[in-house]
Design a binder for this molecule. Structure first.
Ligand code: SME
Length: 152
């Protein structure tokens, strides 16, 4: 079972994204590096805010993801709506969870902000294992994301 080395992951992403400002290039690179860093990560990717209260799929790895998610639905919607990290140990217990893959058991969703503090996207990691994520994962991944994107 491969477990992520966050120091290594952070260094790799910093090196790969150095000097890059294109959002799709950044999201695609982060997705690839994070997804392959840990066997717990079965679906990894971004949903972007494309209209008021509306998320649309961005770069991802794993099985197909739903194309659109309103802010009112799912774990991703909750992260976009509240601006808070969503650490969901059991997706069955989360009201309005969207099951793009029925194998998903737990999720970690992190909001991404622009310089003025508005949510511009969320980063979603889904695991087929129950209770796969902890606060350390949230902390390290938030740091990696805020180094690449503007922060609140
Ligand atoms: N996990 C999300 C839906 C997106 S996917 O599963 C790829 C949610 O409930 O917000």
């Amino acid at each position: 079972m491969t477990r992520v080395d966050y120091a290594q992951l952070s260094q790799t992403i910093a090196a790969l994204t150095d000097g890059e400002s294109d959002t799709v290039a950044l999201m695609a690179t982060i997705t690839c590096e994070v997804h392959h860093s840990d066997d717990r990560f079965n679906w990894t990717g971004f949903y972007r805010v494309v209209a008021p209260e509306q998320l649309k799929i961005g770069p991802y790895q794993g099985g197909h993801g739903c194309l659109q998610i309103p802010f009112s639905r799912g774990v991703c919607g909750a992260a976009a709506r509240t601006g808070d990290v969503q650490l969901v140990a059991d997706v069955e217990a989360f009201p309005g969870h969207i099951a793009c893959a029925t194998s998903t058991r737990s999720e970690l969703v992190l909001p991404i902000f622009d310089a003025s503090g508005d949510v511009i996207a969320v980063f979603d990691i889904d695991s087929d294992l129950p209770n796969a994520f902890d606060i350390e994962d949230a902390k390290h991944l938030s740091e990696i994301l805020s180094r690449v994107f503007s922060v609140k």
